[in-house]
Ligand binder design. Structure first.
Ligand code: FES
Length: 141
């Protein structure tokens, strides 16, 4: 448990990586936390099962910004199978931890990544898999 933000969290919150949108995205998802109202819009261009480019736009707290920044950094250039291994705990660990009352913020990017990959897989397999990731988000701390 951490009482304050790590330097890595502060760096990603102040200078978030991969912010913006992608005109040539082939996957776009939006996830929201119904409890706090924060919302994340994720854009990905996936080429031959690899995440060729990724951007995000967010309306959220500093921890949500930092976790979205780190989460996108962790999956950029990875295959979809590798990206599916990234979870909210992975993102939090990469940031050196989060205060206990902010651990749930990493759910936004983790849910968005998994929803985006699910959308991509659904597209290439022709099977739609409508999943409401807003309600799929894990337990809040
Ligand atoms: Fe809503 Fe951080 S308080 S994601």
């Amino acid at each position: 448990m951490y009482a304050t933000y790590t330097e890595t969290v502060l760096d990603h919150a102040r200078n978030p990586r991969n912010v913006g949108s992608l005109d040539d995205a082939n996957v776009v998802v939006q996830v929201g936390d119904p409890d706090c109202g924060d919302t994340l819009l994720l854009f990905m261009r996936i080429e031959q099962d690899r995440i060729a480019d990724i951007r995000f736009l967010i309306k959220g707290c500093g921890a949500a910004i930092a976790t979205a920044s780190m989460g996108t950094e962790l999956v950029a250039g990875k295959t979809v199978n590798e990206a599916l291994l990234v979870t909210d705990q992975t993102v939090t660990a990469a940031l050196g931890g989060l205060p206990e009352d902010k651990e749930h913020c990493s759910n936004l990017i983790a849910s968005a990544l998994h929803a985006a990959i699910n959308q991509y897989i659904s597209t290439i397999t022709g099977q739609s898999a409508p999943i409401d990731y807003t309600v799929e988000m894990r337990d809040r701390a």
